[in-house]
Design a protein around this ligand. Structure first.
Ligand code: HPA
Length: 278
């Protein structure tokens, strides 16, 4: 478990690398979606390994660095690659950069994920705005946090509201951005699994029965950390494949990365339009 001092040391190191640059929004770019960080103007690159206490990203399609700069007129800090439980990290380690970003003054989070389509109305390539999530994995990110004497920076509330994991106003903004760019944007509930294996068809049927529309291996701990820090969140899922059992075809990582590439122009336009209004 990290101490507040560790978070502060990481934040100080990141701020030192950024000089006087003060980002407002954190963009977390999922599998195959890191290309967006290449579109950031006057970039400052900070590999995760240069930040004390921070773990690095080993997943395919995840570069493992921060890219800070200007994007659609906003000062942003992008994560080109995120950390996952399936890489062997704890929930807190995967969400660590969110709180570090918050400590340097970032209070908005836009996250993107490659997802399996559970809802059979979806098709490969669909862009879906997350309206909520379901996390039934354990242990939870915040177990053990409450009441720790070191931690008096807003982490002293044990039971806190998650009625709006994804910010209502940001969701409206995302729909507006999609309309303006003439990009179809669906809505759905993200169901979290740790991975790294894809699900069984029976698991997908269960997830559908429970109310999941998308399935993926990330996002929820980042959202939880962000909400715990009082940050507002918007999340987009890209349906890179239909979930197990929907189509009679095996799932592969290549297909996930290929579909992410195919969706790049639409994805970029949607994220740009949303970031402009954050
Ligand atoms: N399941 C879980 N995570 C995923 C999938 C999937 O089908 N596709 C992309 N990420």
């Amino acid at each position: 478990m990290y101490t507040l001092q560790m978070y502060q040391e990481s934040a100080a190191a990141l701020q030192a690398k950024l000089g006087g640059f003060a980002p407002e929004a954190l963009l977390i770019l999922g599998s195959g979606l890191g290309f967006l960080a290449e579109e950031i103007a006057e970039p400052i690159y900070v590999p995760y390994g240069e930040i004390p206490h921070m773990r690095t990203s080993n997943a395919p399609g995840h570069a493992g660095r921060f890219v800070a700069g200007t994007f659609e007129g906003k000062k942003v800090l992008a994560m080109q690659g995120r950390l996952h439980l399936y890489e062997g990290y704890s929930p807190e380690q995967t969400a660590y950069p969110v709180r570090v970003a918050n400590l340097i003054g970032v209070n908005k989070l836009l996250l993107t994920c490659a997802c399996g389509g559970v809802n059979t109305d979806y098709k490969v390539g669909d862009l879906i705005l997350m309206t909520d999530y379901i996390n039934f994995t354990h242990p939870g990110l915040l177990v053990g946090y409450a009441g720790q004497p070191f931690d008096l920076t807003g982490f002293d509330v044990r039971f806190f509201d998650m009625g709006e994991a994804f910010d209502r106003a940001y969701r409206a903004l995302a729909h507006q951005a999609a309309r303006e760019a003439a990009i179809p944007l669906g809505e759905g509930i993200y169901f979290y699994t740790t991975g790294p294996q894809y699900e069984t068809p029976a698991e997908i049927r269960a997830i559908r029965t429970l109310g999941g529309d998308l399935v993926g291996m990330s996002a929820v701990h980042e959202v939880l950390m962000a909400r715990r820090c009082g940050m507002r969140v918007v999340g987009f899922g890209l349906v890179t494949n239909m979930a197990a059992g929907v189509l009679d075809a095996p799932l592969t990582e290549e297909e996930v990365l290929r579909e992410a590439k195919n969706a790049a122009p639409r994805f970029s336009a949607l994220v740009r339009g949303t970031v402009r209004g954050l």
